[in-house]
Design a protein around this ligand. Structure first.
Ligand code: NDP
Length: 471
């Protein structure tokens, strides 16, 4: 008999996803370029309904039609090569699903190319790391809707389940929509992580709190509005000791952040679309400047820090301000990210449903958080909301918390503690709510040196001033 679905790529993600699918009662064919990996999976999980195959042909013919094939291979060239090797063996109507961290433009291209051969192509975001893949990820599929409907029953069973029982998967939109949303998710993840890191920096450097005290603070924060996976793991991280030295493990970890480029893609897309995405972009740059460790160490010997007096205020009160600043800034980040989704949706014709997207982030993925329900609620109130800050809930809460961000940022800047995302959050807020910005000066300059013309506040039309005339 034939298998119901096949998975290509038996590295950690593919293996765990195959095991997840199998555990929901499906028979699964597996294939990996290097045979030994497949053998290892079978040696480890021989009791499961996983059917190993060792040639592409054997793999494809083992599947029931229309075939459902999930690719979990390295993004980029490896994915193209894998598709090319499968293609001669596929029939019209078969469904290829790419679950890798693929750049959305690649997915748009592959969807179009494969459609010409009658093959359906779904590019799907899969978030939640290896644990999520095994137990229930958040899934963001994009591609032909009719094809998605044929895999939806499987995806709904393997996805994470939200508090209200709904699976964390929904059809996102045509071609690259799913991978775009996954990319935006990762960008938002960068922002959330940097905001937490800055909060920690303020607590330790400004308030002189110990790692243990910070762990308790994050545990407390996780009980309220900030309740989320990233706050939860941070509080756990802060309780862990290094085996060798007995020190808090965070104190021995080198402060140079890595990245795989998905945050950068989000910022690049924002620049291409002309959407302001300062917070996520600052968080990408914060990783880059952190990675310049040697240069920073050298600079620290040449450029002095400002003289700082010990913090004299009420510590408990200030910790609460940091919490409010964190929540406020998180809202700015999501407001920017979702505004980007709206513009991308218009640009690429995706018809994204923002409330549904926030919903599938509630469980399974790295940015999972109670807070996401607030976003879904906002789009339920108004589906075409231009910016989350215009929603009643977000407008009220940010008005309430704005003073805390101003206080925290001011104190941090006075003390020389870098707060790139906190300060960017309050600047975005102030820019967005400003009727007047100093762009009139920029327009005058552009007109002055390049005759780029300007518009007037008081009448329609395009104008040029004769800047080189006598005064
Ligand atoms: P890797 O990204 O490390 O990819 C390894 C897999 O790709 C192996 O099966 C490997 O086969 C295959 N592969 C590499 N090059 C080729 C090639 N030229 N032709 C055919 N196959 C090739 O594996 P992961 O499990 O970490 O990730 C799989 C996908 O899921 C990636 O796109 C990743 O970005 C994405 N992802 C990963 C997450 C994670 O937490 N790790 C989270 C969400 C998505 P072989 O054994 O023969 O080398």
């Amino acid at each position: 008999s034939k298998q119901q679905i096949g998975v290509v790529g038996m590295a950690v993600m593919g293996k765990n996803l195959a095991l997840n699918i199998e555990s929901r009662g499906y028979s699964v064919s597996i294939f990996n370029r290097t045979a030994s990996r497949t053998e290892e999976v079978i040696a480890e999980h021989g009791d499961k309904k996983l059917v190993p195959t060792y040639t592409i042909e054997e793999f494809v013919t083992s599947l029931e039609k229309p075939r459902r094939i999930m690719l979990m291979v390295q993004a980029g060239d490896a994915t193209d090569k894998t598709i090319q090797s499968l293609l001669p063996h596929l029939d019209k109507g078969d469904i290829l699903i790419d679950g890798g961290n693929t750049f959305f433009q690649d997915t748009i291209r592959r969807n179009e190319e494969l459609a010409n051969s009658g093959i359906n192509f779904i590019g799907t975001g899969v978030s939640g790391g290896e644990e999520g893949a095994l137990k229930g990820p958040s899934i963001m599929p994009g591609g032909q809707k009719e094809a998605y409907d044929l895999v939806a029953p499987i995806f709904e069973k393997i996805a994470a389940v939200a508090e209200d029982g709904e699976p964390c998967v929904t059809y996102i939109g045509p071609n690259g929509a799913g991978h775009y949303v996954k990319m935006a998710h990762n960008g938002i993840e960068y922002g959330d992580m940097q905001l937490i890191a800055e909060s920690y920096d303020i607590l330790t450097k400004l308030l002189d709190l110990s790692v243990e005290e910070c762990a308790e603070i994050f545990t407390e924060w996780n009980k309220g509005e900030l309740d989320s996976y990233l706050i939860e793991i941070t509080s756990d991280i802060l309780t862990r000791k290094d085996d060798e030295t007995g020190k808090p493990v965070v104190d021995v970890i080198l402060d140079a952040a890595g990245n795989k480029g998905t945050g950068k893609w989000t910022s690049q897309s924002a620049l291409d679309l002309g959407v302001p995405l300062p917070l996520i972009t600052e968080s990408v740059f914060a990783r880059y400047i952190s990675a310049m460790k040697d240069e920073r160490v050298a600079a620290s010997k040449i450029i002095p820090a400002p003289a700082v007096k010990a913090f004299e205020g009420d510590i408990k009160e200030f910790v609460e301000k940091v919490r409010e600043a964190l929540y406020f800034s998180k809202i700015m980040s999501y407001a920017q990210g979702f505004a980007q989704l709206r513009i991308a949706s218009e640009e690429f014709g995706w018809d994204l449903e923002y409330g549904e997207i926030a919903k599938i982030f509630r469980e399974g993925c790295i940015i999972r958080a109670k807070f996401l329900q607030k976003i879904t609620d906002a789009y339920d109130r108004q589906a075409d909301l231009k910016n989350l800050l215009l929603d009643d809930y977000f407008n009220d809460i940010t008005q309430k918390y704005q003073q805390s961000v101003r206080d925290v940022v001011a104190v941090a800047i006075q003390a020389g503690v870098p707060v790139p995302t906190f300060s960017s959050a309050i600047s975005y807020y102030d820019s967005y709510r400003s009727e007047n910005l100093p762009a009139n000066i920029i327009q005058a300059q552009r007109d002055y040196f390049g005759a780029h013309t300007y518009k007037r506040k008081d009448k329609e039309g395009t104008f040029h001033y004769d800047w080189y005339s006598e005064k």
